[in-house]
Design a protein around this ligand. Structure first.
Ligand SMILES: [Zn+2]
Ligand SMILES: [Zn+2]
Length: 185
């Protein structure tokens, strides 16, 4: 094994990232394979260093159309993960040995956001659920803006907030939605 999971011909060669992180790189497509263990060992060396705040860049370059398929270590299929809402940026990870494939420039893109210390978080249920929730939320918001118009949407949100935080909110809502609140039935 040890062949590039994308071009499947070239053999991966050892390259060090950030001076101490051993990875294997394809000389052909420039992709990088990082084994789970090497990554964890490298993280340990950083334990005492101050963490920098993530700087999210949603303009990160789109991932190549080429798809990494087979884990160079254990031969299983890689699973493709998106890491940021609305951005077609993917990392491929082996679900068996947890190794990660970065296409050319993807490590630099992740590092540019100060997220290279938290790569494992991308593959957690929490991260992936949040990503999807954000996308659904944004899609619905866009739909409301289109239906109501920006101004009315802003106003109805204010009213909603006021009602939700009002101790008699549901009475007020009943009054609002009653067609004839001054009629006795
Ligand atoms: Zn390659
Ligand atoms: Zn694997």
């Amino acid at each position: 094994m040890n062949k590039c999971p994308v071009c499947k011909k070239a053999t991966l060669k050892q390259v060090f990232l950030e001076s101490e992180l051993p990875t294997r790189q394809c000389g052909d497509c420039g992709g990088i394979w990082i084994s789970a263990n090497d990554y964890l060992v490298w993280l340990k060396t950083l334990e005492n260093e101050p963490q920098q705040e993530p700087v999210i860049n949603t303009q990160i370059p789109q991932t190549d159309s080429q798809v990494a398929t087979i884990c160079p270590d254990c031969g299983r299929f890689l699973r493709r993960y998106r890491i940021w809402p609305h951005v077609e940026f993917h990392l491929d990870r082996c679900e068996t040995c947890n190794g990660i494939w970065f296409d050319r420039h993807e490590w630099d893109a992740v590092k540019g956001m100060n997220l290279h210390h938290q790569v494992n978080a991308f593959f957690t249920r929490v991260w992936q659920d949040k990503l999807k929730e954000k996308e659904v939320r944004d899609r619905l918001e866009q739909m409301y803006v289109e239906r109501f118009g920006v101004e009315d949407y802003g106003r109805v949100q204010e009213i909603r907030h006021w009602l939700q935080n009002h101790p008699k909110g549901h009475y007020l809502l009943a009054f609002l939605t009653d067609k004839e609140p001054y009629r006795i039935r």
